[in-house]
Design a protein around this ligand. Sequence first.
Ligand code: GDP
Ligand code: CA
Length: 327
Amino acid sequence: MKNVTVLAGGVGGARFTRGLLGHLAGVAPEAAVTVVVNTGDDMWLDGLRICPDLDTVMYTLGGGINEEQGWGRPAETRRAAAEIAAYGRGWSWFTLGDLDLATHIVRTDLLRSGSTLSEATDFLCRRWQPGARLLPMSDQPVETHVRLAADIDEHRAGELMHFEEWWVRYRAGIAVTEFVQVGLADAVAAPGVLEAIENADLIILPPSNPVVSVGTITAVPGIRSALRSTPAQVVGVSPIIGGAAVRGMADACLHTIGVATSAEAVGLHYGARAAGGLLDAWLIDVTDAAALPVLAAAGIRSTAVPLWMTDLPTTTAIAAAALDLGA
Ligand code: GDP
Ligand code: CA
């Protein structure tokens, strides 16, 4: 096993990748891991470019994550945000901690001086040394929006709202009819992304949100076809356990696209590579083992193991199971 490529969102992708690196350090220290990270959640706030998933992956792998929250920095303060609010500016629903702000300032400065997002990410990672190569899915802005149903205000039905506002401010609690990736048509995969898929020995779809994390990455022109044609095995790890999104509100995303919140339905939604889908294999939790025959019948090789990423040893074991399944 030399090259492993992971297509990740934020918390689920980051935690899984930490377990993967822990496992590989023991069994294949020469292995190189590339993480292609969703940038569909990126946005401008207070003049700064925020990349929530890139930062979550970078902080988690670099030892700078707030473990309880799963995002942001530990021992964070919000003095700058309070000052911004005193000017009547800022976003009350999105936390920008003081330590985290430093990352956004450095990134924005680099972008404004002409660096690409890939170059800025590389620069930030020189400090954090995440132990894996982090690639944004695209250097062009692709921002996920939701299209509002009539729920919130009938006059706003049909309007677009940034995904992060729907997710963080409204806790995904208002009805939406679809996800729209603004900028997708003009986007291409970032440098190295297609190569990382084509030249991998194994591709992993970690337990990330299937709709707005993995789904957004695979919507970038070229990525889905690279996944379809790579000689590497593609192994997915279910983010759904026992009919529930383990953390967060992924069920609201699945509901919007008409997919049931179950390990079986998400596996079938990704689909078997042999039948035009993305997966060779699918790792599900032991509580969902009843789905194994259906998945097998659909051409998806599946195994059931405990999938709760409670701590590093349990997460390392999940990564080991994913590698086994892909072997
Ligand atoms: P986000 O961008 O921060 O929302 O993170 P991701 O897209 O990477 O992953 C979010 C998903 O991870 C959630 O919707 C959960 O379904 C999944 N998840 C979180 N914790 C666990 C866990 O311990 N085990 C499994 N199997 N999935 C998890
Ligand atoms: Ca995210």
